[in-house]
Design a protein. Sequence first.
Length: 283
Amino acid sequence: MKLEDLTTKCKSTWCPGCGNFGLWGAFKNAAVSQNWDNTNTCLVAGIGCHGHILNFTKITSVEGLHGRAIPVATGIKLANNKLNVFVFTGDGDCLAEGGNHFIHACRRNHNLTIIVHNNALFSLTTGQTCPTTPLGEKTKSTPSGNLDYPIHPVTLAIASGATFVARAFASDLPKLQEIIIAANAHDGLSVVDVLQPCPTLNKDYTNQFFRENCYQLGPDHDVKNKVQAFAKSLEWGLKQIPLGILYQEEKPSYESAIIQIKEKPLIESSTNRNMEELFKKYV
Ligand SMILES: Cc1ncc(C[n+]2csc(CCOP(=O)(O)OP(=O)(O)O)c2C)c(N)n1
Ligand code: SF4
């Protein structure tokens, strides 16, 4: 497999300097190195700037409604548990309208890889506050400053029961690629929070800000220690943003506990049925 195999006819519509480019590049490098293609992988996204990644990556994909990427992915995984399923979701998509789905997917430990494009705004809709926007931030929807306290996706993921939780920076492609591969190799719910500059709308979280204030977790960080991981997930500030794998736990995935799909995926068990009569009921 080569990078060109993932190219589609669509031209990128992201703004120059957008962090989505780094995320996309890291994912494609990971896909080439791991042979993720139409035969074994499916991509799902929500609605937002992040969702365009599906248009530019030639792997079978489904774009859900805004906030509903995770339930679509859950359905795909249950229908065919042999498929490698990635969810590309915005911080707004998965923590605001999709917040409920995020919590319960983590709690159930579905075998999904969730990649959060975290730009601390609703960007496609031109820059309103979302659940990761800092307190006091002046945005299009909060001209006098944001009154809501932000939440970090990694904190919510650990608290909700995700079994692999990591954070990476969109402009550090090699590290991000490494983390995406590790997250996908994990058997259970993986969340990768990707800090992503949005140079058009977010003038605070720039490439320079992340380069100056992020640090890599070292060998003294015990990824199996949930309390330590939770404490790290709350760190945020100048020179104080941890990157790397925060938490990892071995626990049976939701899919592995379903006896009906132990031997073969649901799609191989179901017989071809004529659905015409059933559909007529809804016309
Ligand atoms: C059900 C529904 N609610 C709201 C919207 C409007 N909407 C479209 S994209 C978006 C924000 C996307 O923000 P985020 O998920 O953070 O993605 P980003 O654009 O920042 O990548 C919103 C609110 C919609 N399309 N559908
Ligand atoms: S608005 Fe922000 S997130 Fe959207 S494409 Fe432009 S830079 Fe990227």
